[in-house]
Write a protein that binds this ligand. Structure first.
Ligand SMILES: Nc1ncnc2c1ncn2[C@@H]1O[C@H](COP(=O)(O)OP(=O)(O)O)[C@@H](O)[C@H]1O
Ligand SMILES: [Mg+2]
Length: 383
């Protein structure tokens, strides 16, 4: 199976991998390809580069889906038989929506949304962004307007955060420390009765001042206890979703040694979670150039070229420079080949590994995305 087939046969495709490897670009390319071929696609993306956002019609709104006009495809010479909508994920907005849905009354909703601890948790706590990407997916995956959802994931440096996010998040909110705060607050009814030790710990723990912090935590945990049943269940439902047969995980990586090691580790970790990734994209592979047989041959060839152009430059010194550049390129090409080989060995033959070349320019428009996606089909004779 290649990636194009994976795309055809699933309803949800999730792109995961280390930061900066090309997850957002790959997600957009997958979405463009499927839309061109006739699917009704929603691309949930995170922080696309400005020009990419513009070419997906996302230059203004966040947190709401935007239809990409068919004219944008046509202008780039890409026929589009289906439809493409894109949405830029906004984690705070998603978290707020979750609270609004789960709260027992509008008053409770407003108390939580106004709470400063909530504001911290919903914007800054590790794992929130990852969890909210999943949450958004859960909310839209049954939307009948779409038959394919492509989910980009946050630019975490550690790809594993992504899977551990819900436990971390629930754990942090529902931790013994938080409970201790609440109990202290309830038994002491205010800071005046509290021991010096507690006040000292509080100072160390937060950027808020003691009393205010305690009050806010107490209120927040109190409200969440109420919400919690729902929240925990929901986190579980969201994660059960990911194990569905119609969901395909695609691991994106670069061929450089560090990210290769991470991609291998991440593949194992997914398998530990009972999720078999469906494909791996090795993005920005430098081609291995065919070397010229000898310096003499190279110089002779250059002389010919220069003569044809009426150029009087010295072929020998030009060759010396070219040769150095060629050597550097060859080294990069060899390193990348080795990276791809290592990946293939480590993940096993059942996982298709697709190579996408490094383009000379950033991949920003629909034309370039479509071109990139042509590499998702395995060519004849490729391992
Ligand atoms: N194959 C490629 N060739 C050239 N540039 C690329 C390629 N893939 C991605 N890029 C560029 O690299 C940058 C980072 O890619 P991005 O998809 O945002 O990474 P991530 O989402 O993993 O952080 C973008 O400017 C993008 O245009
Ligand atoms: Mg990204």
């Amino acid at each position: 199976m290649d990636l194009a087939t994976v795309l055809d046969s699933h309803r949800v495709v999730v792109c995961v991998g280390s930061g900066g490897v090309g997850k957002t670009t790959t997600s957009a390319a997958l979405a463009v390809r499927a839309a061109a071929q006739g699917r009704r696609v929603l691309c949930l993306t995170i922080d696309p580069a400005r020009r990419l956002a513009q070419s997906l019609g996302l230059s203004e709104l966040r947190g709401a889906e935007q239809a990409v006009p068919a004219a944008l495809f046509a202008a780039q010479g890409v026929p589009c038989k289906g439809t493409l909508s894109a949405m830029m994920l906004d984690m705070k907005h998603t978290f707020d929506e979750l609270v609004a849905r789960t709260a027992s009354s509008p008053q409770q909703r407003d108390r939580i949304l106004r709470n400063r601890i909530y504001q911290y948790v919903s914007t800054s706590l590790a794992g929130t962004q990852e969890y909210m990407a999943m949450e958004k997916l859960h909310a839209v995956r049954r939307d009948a307007r779409f038959d394919l959802i492509v989910l980009d994931t946050p630019p975490t440096t550690n790809a594993l955060d992504f899977l551990d996010a819900p436990q971390k998040l629930v754990g942090a909110i529902d931790s013994p420390v938080m409970r201790w705060f609440v109990e202290t607050l309830e038994s002491s009814r205010g800071l005046s009765l509290m021991g010096r030790g507690t006040a000292f710990v509080l100072k160390g723990l937060s950027r808020f001042t003691g009393v205010e912090f305690l009050e806010q935590v107490g209120q927040f945990v109190g409200e969440l206890n109420d919400l919690f049943g729902g929240f925990r269940e929901r986190a579980k439902a969201v994660y059960d979703d990911l194990k569905g047969k119609d969901v395909a995980f695609v691991i994106v990586t670069s061929p450089s040694p560090l990210t290769v090691a991470e991609a291998v580790y991440f593949t194992r970790k997914l398998r530990d979670y009972g999720i078999e990734p469906k494909a791996m994209v090795v993005n920005r592979v430098h081609p291995l150039l065919v070397p010229v047989a000898s310096a003499d041959e190279g110089i002779a060839h250059l002389e010919q070229l220069l003569r044809a152009r009426g150029d009087s430059a010295d072929a020998r010194s030009l060759w010396a420079k070219l040769d150095t550049a060629l050597h550097d390129d060859q080294a990069l090409g060899r390193r990348d080949q080795e990276g791809v080989r290592r990946l293939r060995r480590a993940v096993g033959a059942q996982l298709p590994v697709l190579e996408v070349p490094a383009f000379e320019r950033d991949v920003h428009d629909i034309g370039a995305l479509a071109q990139l996606s042509s590499h998702f089909v395995r060519s004849e004779g490729q391992a």
